[in-house]
Design a protein around this ligand. Structure first.
Ligand SMILES: *[C@@H]1O[C@H](CO)[C@@H](O)[C@H](O)[C@H]1NC(C)=O
Ligand SMILES: *[C@@H]1O[C@H](CO)[C@@H](O)[C@H](O)[C@H]1NC(C)=O
Ligand SMILES: *[C@@H]1O[C@H](CO)[C@@H](O)[C@H](O)[C@H]1NC(C)=O
Length: 494
């Protein structure tokens, strides 16, 4: 078990950022030559008996890998692209993202991002399959609201010679799209130019079966261009795109004739400035289009929100995935084919199994209810009665007084943090005990801690429970759509 984790960490930390980690770890080791034995709490959280010796082996392994690879490291730390099956997942506001911010503390950034979750939940709730060529579904939008444009980006190249884009990683969307040359209303100057690419394979014809698989495909015009076009809404914007084909380069791997949207016009709200890569389960997603290469398997590890300088990783295909990992069945909802549903059967707070009505957790394809794992929502959202029951039990154990800050309604003086119970999500066949880092958030002044979860926004009549980013930090989440399994394991990915 521990051996697997060490191997994994080395692969993941191959990126040059890890020089920085290494310096920190070395400093730490110099200051504390003997690592303290893990507390009871940490042992519970890690789920493994992390001994001093394995920690030292890990450090030694890191030092070795760094030394053996340091000569190959270039000057641009952010240019690391991983290898064919393993690429960096960059926090959107992190150092290596073109969208980085300098002003806000990470806590404030999360508060601001979480404030945009309602729109995300609305989007997820709107993802009911449209049969045939219906009009693009449009989610109702609260005007003047700030919009969530995704939290992690991937460096990808389109065409030949390569055109670089930092695309949002979204596990609940199928299609990929980028702003196209000549786009009206696109926020970025980084646009894809089909004319500049020798591997551009033209637009997908409107009558091609593939066009019928796009969400929001428009009816074929009787005259003029026969290109496949579609309109979609996303993050408070609506956009119009043409489905085109060109090579997509992921790290060092290249997928020829990848079908993606070339965005011609955008209106309203904000928009993922350099596009989006859909990692959903539906027909036009990366998984479906790369089936012969990656066999419907991928995993990611999202870095801690605190780690401005670090990136996590996306591993595509069955090779290099953790071999021993606890799993829970992956459920398929034919009416919402993009979403990754799992069976959440209960939640434990401390030693208490929170009494929850089973129908509020139950997977029901017709109503769309159940629990999904999503890469685009910031904090986990439960349907209101479920959240209230969890929160009440949590409050009961921490005692108070409690105040609300932004999306968080259970904030308390940080010195009571030692009373905070561990929270465990119970899935079929898999219990996930959240590390404190994934269940509590601190205010930027550091005096207040909050339970980092919330109820589904009340303007969205959502039946969906969403396991979100904050709760997934430093976990490897493996999606195996062939064997219908989701695996979860602790991994230090930054
Ligand atoms: C699609 O979007 C374009 C551009 O925003 C708009 O002109 C057109 O009316 C839309 N079509 C439909 C069917 O919504
Ligand atoms: C690429 O990554 C995979 C999986 O992480 C690993 O098994 C493989 O050895 C790596 N290849 C190279 C050339 O670094
Ligand atoms: C989810 O788990 C519950 C409790 O074990 C079980 O009754 C139910 O059938 C499961 N649902 C699915 C869709 O597997």
């Amino acid at each position: 078990m521990m051996k697997d984790m060490i191997i994994d960490n080395i692969i993941v930390l191959r990126s040059p950022y890890f020089l920085f980690v290494l310096v920190l770890l070395s400093l730490f080791l110099l200051k504390h030559p003997i690592l303290p034995a893990p507390s009871k709490r940490q042992q519970l959280t890690m789920g493994v008996n992390q001994t001093m010796s394995t920690s030292i082996v890990l450090m030694a392994a890191l030092v070795y890998v760094h030394l053996s690879s340091s000569t190959a490291t270039g000057n641009d730390a952010c240019a690391s692209e991983g290898n064919d099956t393993d690429m960096s997942v960059i926090p959107i506001y992190g150092n290596c993202s073109p969208f980085k911010t300098y002003s806000s503390s990470w806590e404030n950034t999360i508060m601001n991002m979480a404030a945009k979750d309602p729109l995300r939940v609305q989007y997820l709730s709107s993802l009911v399959k449209t049969r045939g060529r219906k009009r693009a579904p449009t989610a109702p939008i609260a005007s003047g609201q700030a919009f969530n444009i995704g939290n992690y980006v991937l460096r990808l190249n389109l065409g030949t010679p390569p055109q670089l884009f930092f695309m949002v990683l979204d596990t609940s969307t199928d299609e990929a799209w980028v702003p196209c040359t000549g786009c009206t209303g696109c926020p970025s100057t980084a646009t894809y130019s089909p004319q500049a690419s020798t591997t551009y394979a033209g637009s997908v014809p409107c009558f091609a079966p593939r066009c019928g698989q796009v969400r929001g495909a428009l009816p074929c015009p009787s005259t003029g261009s026969n290109a496949c076009t579609f309109n979609q809404s996303y993050a408070g914007s609506t956009f119009s795109a043409t489905l085109v084909q060109d090579s997509l380069k992921l790290a060092t791997d290249s997928l020829p004739s990848y079908a993606f949207g070339c965005v011609n016009s955008v209106s309203g709200g904000s928009f993922p400035a350099q596009g989006l890569l859909g990692l959903g389960r539906g027909p036009l997603s990366l998984l479906s289009q790369s089936w012969s290469r990656y066999s419907g398997v991928f995993s990611y590890c999202l870095p801690s929100f605190k780690s401005y300088y670090f990136s996590g990783s996306l591993k595509l295909g069955p090779t290099g995935q953790p071999r021993r990992i606890r799993t829970t069945p992956l459920l398929r909802n034919p009416r919402r084919p993009s979403l990754y549903y799992v069976n959440l059967t209960g939640v434990t707070v401390g030693r208490v199994r929170v009494p929850l009505q089973t129908e509020l957790l139950a997977f029901d394809p017709n109503r769309g209810s159940g629990t999904i794992i999503d890469s685009g929502t910031v904090i986990t959202r439960f349907v209101e009665p479920v959240y209230n029951a969890i929160r009440d039990e949590f409050r009961n154990q921490v005692k108070g007084p409690f105040v609300s800050i932004g999306a968080f309604d259970t904030c308390f003086v940080k010195s009571y943090e030692k009373l905070a119970p561990l929270i465990k999500f119970r899935f079929t066949g898999l219990d996930l005990t959240l590390p404190y880092e994934n269940s509590l958030i601190h205010s930027s002044n550091g005096f207040v801690a909050c339970l980092a979860m919330a109820a589904a926004p009340n303007n969205v009549n959502s039946v969906l429970n969403v396991i979100a980013n904050y709760q997934q930090q430093n976990l490897r989440i493996l999606f195996d759509t062939v064997n219908n399994k989701v695996g979860i394991a602790r991994e230090l990915c930054n």
